[in-house]
Design a protein around this ligand. Structure first.
Ligand code: GDP
Length: 202
């Protein structure tokens, strides 16, 4: 699949203020600074769509982008940003989880993991929560251009092996870099396939 247009639609403070759309929605989430904005811009071919920032963890809003007037990318706020206050972190967690549980048109959640890092408790707990709630999700390893191809295979492979200690099977996995654009076509093709499914409305 190729993308012709991608436009910012709106920012919402909570799931119940999100736009009333009958479109497939694909949400992207990860720890602050994981490379989420860069990935969204790489996928859409629009380098200024999602705001990349050197000050991670600033936005606490749910951002909707409409792609080719027919489906949506949703940029969820980054979690696990240590410099937020405890109250802000709690508020953010509730906002994210409410969106995930109450947005039936969210067809898939892409969870981004920095490809250089070992499994972190906060991500593993989040994966477990997604599994317990039956949320369809995929794992996206980011920034793999920062590793040699051997190291990228080893680190991401080790990560998946450690997940298999907790689960019987793995969700779909994508290996990406916003710099060399690897993984772009695979994610877009996956979205294209899911766009053929009926849109859930409740
Ligand atoms: P976000 O906070 O998750 O939205 O992360 P950003 O997209 O703003 O990226 C955080 C930092 O990582 C920025 O300095 C980006 O330039 C850098 N970055 C993001 N993706 C990649 C990537 O694929 N490769 C490399 N080398 N750097 C990246």
């Amino acid at each position: 699949m190729n993308i012709t247009s991608a436009k910012f639609l709106t920012s919402s403070p909570s799931y119940d203020k999100c736009p009333d759309l009958k479109m497939h929605e694909y949400a992207f989430i990860g720890r602050s600074n994981v490379g989420k904005s860069s990935l969204i811009n790489m996928l859409t071919g629009n380098s200024s769509l999602a705001k990349t920032s050197s000050t991670p963890g600033k936005t606490m809003l749910i951002n909707h982008f409409v792609v080719d007037d027919s489906w949506c990318i949703v940029d969820l706020p980054g979690y696990g940003y240590a410099q937020r206050s405890k109250e802000d972190r709690k508020r953010l967690e509730i906002m994210i989880k409410d969106y995930i549980l109450n947005r039936p048109q969210m067809t898939n959640l892409f969870v981004l993991i920095d490809g250089r890092h070992k499994p972190q408790k906060i991500d593993l707990e989040f994966f477990d929560w997604l599994g317990e709630n039956g949320i369809p999700f995929s794992i996206v390893f980011t920034k793999l251009d920062k590793l040699s191809s051997t190291a990228a295979k080893k680190v991401t492979g080790d990560y998946l092996v450690s997940l298999l200690e907790r689960w019987e099977e793995l969700p779909p996995v994508f290996r990406t870099s916003s710099v060399d654009k690897r993984g772009r076509q695979a994610i877009l093709d996956y979205i294209q396939e899911m766009n053929l499914l009926p849109i859930q409305t409740e």
